[in-house]
Design a protein around this ligand. Structure first.
Ligand SMILES: NC(=O)C1=CN([C@@H]2O[C@H](COP(=O)(O)OP(=O)(O)OC[C@H]3O[C@@H](n4cnc5c(N)ncnc54)[C@H](OP(=O)(O)O)[C@@H]3O)[C@@H](O)[C@H]2O)C=CC1
Ligand SMILES: CC(C)(CO)C(=O)C(=O)O
Length: 325
């Protein structure tokens, strides 16, 4: 049997869980990382919880790793515009790209149809460099339904969930989706292959677009955010605006805002990835999660007053703390 060569770009929380588990399952995995993470991966292997497995790691040098069959991208969305052009050596025309990111991804409107077919959002791909370097035609969409954190360089901890949803942007079945699902199942993930991956992206984002910025703004864990009746009501107003946009672009949501909030509540008193970044003094992923949604509203000429207030306040607070340009 021909082995699938996998490269994981970004060896943090999500990249660590996916790459580390694939390595542990015996899949040949390499990691494009940087700094202390590269050293840790070379010395200790890729550590996930209490397991470890060997991995080839390169320090921000894709040419040292060469082409791969599957490239899983697990950096924060705001890293991509600068990073994407440097990833070319990892790709051949048949490489499958799996973006394991939150937010509205660069490939979202590719092969989607509807009002914004083919749109490239300035919020996520300001000069088109991501779309040029990582062709949407090679993307298998992905939604990450797990929670993870970095325990240290090259060491990820899975804190909740283990589900990944993948699917062709066109919604059509494909051999590469079936193959990739098997690969990820071999590493112990629950995999769903969706025929409406943009709907899955939008549904996940429906939670992240409020919980993540509000957590960064208030420093509160999810339970405290949802327990405050005024904040909870505000969240539902933002969600209502986003649901209306989803319906217009072909990503309708059938659940109620209360049902979606109940899903978040089940994760308990957790810190969102944006709160973790804010606490660590790292830039926050605001543009892919919130600015992009506002840009979609703008392009459709649909006002989003509650979302605008959330974006404005979070952006300003983040700028004051040096977490947003
Ligand atoms: N954490 C979670 O629970 C979840 C996160 N997500 C989403 O998954 C995506 C990844 O998040 P997460 O894993 O938490 O992020 P992390 O910050 O934990 O990991 C990102 C990694 O990318 C690395 N990186 C960034 N730029 C480069 C570069 N130029 N070269 C090499 N490595 C680079 C970072 O390295 P360095 O440390 O050196 O900066 C870091 O190790 C995000 O879109 C997030 O929203 C989705 C579901 C759950
Ligand atoms: C809330 C969570 C963990 C859900 O998967 C997430 O996506 C994030 O923290 O960014």
């Amino acid at each position: 049997m021909v082995e699938t060569r996998v490269c994981v770009v970004g060896a943090g929380a999500v990249g660590g869980v996916i790459g580390g588990r694939l390595a542990r399952a015996g899949v040949p995995v390499s990691a494009l990382a940087r700094g202390a993470t590269v050293e840790a991966l070379r010395t200790h292997g890729w550590r996930v919880d209490d397991d470890s497995a060997p991995v080839a790691a390169a320090d921000a040098d894709a040419a040292a790793l060469g082409p791969h069959d599957v490239v899983i991208i697990a950096v924060k969305a705001h890293h991509l515009p600068a990073l994407a052009p440097a990833l070319t050596p990892l790709l051949t025309p048949s490489t499958v790209l799996i973006p394991a990111l939150n937010g509205v991804p660069w490939w979202f409107f590719h092969d989607f149809g509807g009002a914004l077919e083919g749109t490239v959002l300035a919020a996520t791909d300001p000069d088109g460099a991501v779309t040029a370097a990582l062709p949407p035609s090679q993307v298998l969409g992905c939604v990450v339904h797990l929670a993870a954190r970095q325990a240290g360089p090259g060491h990820a901890r899975l804190t909740a969930g283990d589900e990944l949803i993948i699917g062709e942007p066109s919604g059509r079945p494909s051999e590469r989706a079936t193959r990739t699902a098997e690969l990820l199942r071999s590493a112990g993930f629950r995999i769903t292959v969706s025929d409406a991956i943009q709907r899955e992206v939008w549904y996940k984002l429906w939670g992240n677009m409020t919980m993540n910025p509000i957590s960064a703004l208030t420093t509160a864990t999810a339970d405290l955010i949802l327990d405050d009746p005024l904040v909870n009501a505000f969240i539902q107003r933002v969600m209502t605006e986003a649901a209306a946009l989803g319906a217009l672009i072909g990503a309708p949501i059938t659940e109620s805002t209360e049902d979606r909030i109940a899903v978040t509540r089940r994760l308990g008193a957790f810190k969102t990835s944006m709160l973790q970044d804010a606490e660590a003094g790292r830039p926050i992923e605001l543009d892919a999660l919130v600015t992009a949604v506002r840009e979609i509203g703008d392009r459709l000429a649909i006002p989003t007053p509650h979302l605008d207030a959330l974006l404005g306040l979070t952006r300003l607070a983040a700028r004051q703390r040096g977490l947003y340009p």
